[in-house]
Design a binder for this molecule. Structure first.
Ligand code: GAP
Length: 535
């Protein structure tokens, strides 16, 4: 290789390593920020925490509730044919036999004998695929830099020798992996790991055990042993609570197809690879909606919900380029179409929501296992059928994480100062306004309290009189408060306050009676709802 080329390759490698390290560093800072500013705490931290379980703190719970409100209203308020329920976490154990979770909700696990660490075999292989993809992307990036404006990426990918070599490797491995996963061929999964010479990241060895299946459901006993305790499960998804209530809701609500049932609630999975903070938890929260439709219309409705859900995400204004669809090639046995909405986290594009066309699998299974007729009588067709279902399923915690990741920013200010600010969408911000008296005397605290009392019925408002105004602004920036309202001596005579805006740090003099409308205009969820229904 020519010396210049070696240097360029080396420089690109260093650049990529720096980008990765910076993103990792940023993510660590976001996690630390969540704890320091009262968003997320490790569960039972005084006992050193519990793996992949987290508590939402005083600001976190407000943000989380706002996310849930946005989702709930978008479903049940904006759609007259969608109603909500709140089913119990405990369900009759046969539910999970019928749904397939008892037999098939498994992860293929493999242990490294030297480090004694356990891994998901599929994750190890997917990471290997990602490494090959990285190599291709680096070649493309390098060429892009070399050729500049005139670079034709499609042509480069189709003709460059090194790219084609990597692509052929990726295709072969991907095919072998997909076949093994489709058949759940555990021996083949192990053989792939051996053939690809995948090593344990801790021990660096290839001393692997066989691959075994591991069920992800948590179980417990209901009733005393003397009475004959029943083994029950903590639900791994909220969806089944909707399916088993389909008949009840359809009949009591006199619902006509197409109609939906929405639910927000906790779900539990004994995740083996639990990392990346609240991205993969053992106890988490889902917002799911099952939309019951006439068989044969599923592709139309699948497309409809795919579009609507992406619009819902984009309406928050975090940046359209941060989302992408990932259509599933490998479909679950009950699905005939599935896609993920992925968000660009600091650790890559990751699934935040799944949209699935689940056919009539779940209702048919529950009909079979319960012996009940679970159908819909269509008056127009004068005929009964088992409805098909389109499901939208989003994790509250992943949504929370995506918002925190895009909101967090360290900004250099004039004069060499820096500030950490959360540019949260104002509608979701935990606190909408902070009222501050300039000094703790001369009747300013009393006036500030009066203003707070005026606003607090409509907006989550706080009061702060400690430290300099600059420090108080920084504290509010760090939790993403869009408005700081300062009461000074002039307020007592001119009836105006200084409003300081979080994003621009600009300050305006505003009449006290105009404050309500100013805050409402920026934080009213109705504005988002209108955007969803009109654009
Ligand atoms: N009812 C379908 C279902 O549960 P899923 O793809 O397994 O589908 C849906 O989960 C969503 O739930 C995911 O897109 C993700 O946002 C969230 N989710 C799943 N497992 C999770 C976990 N361990 N921790 C946090 N969120 C999780």
């Amino acid at each position: 290789m020519h010396n210049c080329q070696i240097l360029r390759t080396f420089a690109t490698k260093i650049e990529n390593l720096i980008t990765m390290a910076t993103q990792e560093e940023t993510f660590k800072k976001i996690v630390a920020h969540c704890k320091e500013y009262g968003f997320v705490f490790p569960s039972s931290e005084i006992y050193d925490g519990l793996g992949a379980v987290y508590d939402y703190a005083q600001n976190g719970v407000e943000l989380k509730n706002n996310i849930k409100r946005y989702w709930w209203d978008s479903m049940t308020l904006l759609h007259e044919n969608i109603v909500g329920i709140d089913a119990a976490i405990f369900m009759h154990p046969t539910t999970w036999k019928a749904s397939g979770h008892v037999d098939a909700f498994n992860d293929p696990l493999i242990d490294n004998r030297d480090s004694k660490k356990r891994y998901r075999a599929d994750v190890l292989i997917e990471e290997q695929l990602a490494k090959i993809e990285d190599k291709i992307n680096k070649e493309v990036e390098k060429a892009h830099k070399r050729f500049g404006e005139s670079f034709d990426e499609a042509q480069f990918r189709a003709t460059n020798g090194r790219v084609l070599e990597h692509q052929a490797k990726w295709d072969a491995l991907h095919q072998r992996y997909s076949d093994a996963m489709n058949k759940m061929d555990l021996d083949e999964l192990k053989q792939i790991i051996l053939d690809e010479e995948i090593v344990c990241p801790i021990s660096g060895t290839r001393n692997w055990t066989d691959v075994r299946q591991f069920n992800l459901m948590f179980s417990t006993d209901m009733g005393s042993t003397a009475d004959g305790a029943m083994k029950i499960y903590l639900r791994p998804e909220t969806a089944q609570g909707i399916f088993v209530n389909y008949l009840n809701v359809q009949k009591t609500g006199r619902m006509k197809i197409p109609f939906g049932i929405a639910q927000i609630g906790k779900a539990f999975r004994n995740e083996i690879v639990a990392r990346q903070f609240i991205f993969r938890m053992r106890e988490f929260e889902q917002m799911e909606m099952q939309f019951f439709i006439k068989p044969g219309t599923e592709m139309e409705w699948f497309e409809h919900w795919k579009q609507f859900r992406l619009k819902w995400h984009k309406a928050l204004g975090l940046g359209d380029e941060k989302y992408r669809y990932h259509d599933h090639e490998k479909l679950a046995h009950y699905a005939n179409a599935a896609t993920d909405i992925e968000f660009q986290m600091p650790f890559g594009f990751k699934e935040v929501e799944g949209i699935h066309s689940r056919t009539n699998f779940d209702l048919s299974q529950h009909a079979k296992y319960s012996g009940k007729k679970i159908e819909y009588f269509d008056p127009e067709m004068n005929q009964s059928y088992t409805p098909y279902v389109i499901e939208t399923s989003i994790g509250v915690d992943r949504m929370f994480l995506s918002i925190m990741c895009s909101a967090y920013q360290e900004e250099q200010l004039e004069g060499g100062d820096t500030r950490v600010v959360l540019h949260l969408p104002a509608v979701l911000a935990p606190v909408k306004a902070c009222v501050m008296p300039l000094v703790k005397k001369d009747g300013l605290p009393e006036k500030a309290r009066e203003i707070m009392d005026m606003l607090k019925f409509d907006f989550k408002t706080t009061y702060d009189e400690k430290d300099s105004i600059g420090k108080r602004y920084r504290r509010q920036d760090a939790i993403g408060t869009p408005f700081c309202i300062t009461v000074d001596h002039d307020t007592l005579t001119d009836g105006c306050v200084t409003v300081r805006y979080r994003d621009t740090m600009q300050q305006d003099r505003v009449r006290i009676e105009d404050l309500h409308e100013l805050i409402r205009k920026a934080t009213d969820m109705k504005l988002l709802y209108r955007k969803l229904m009109t654009e």
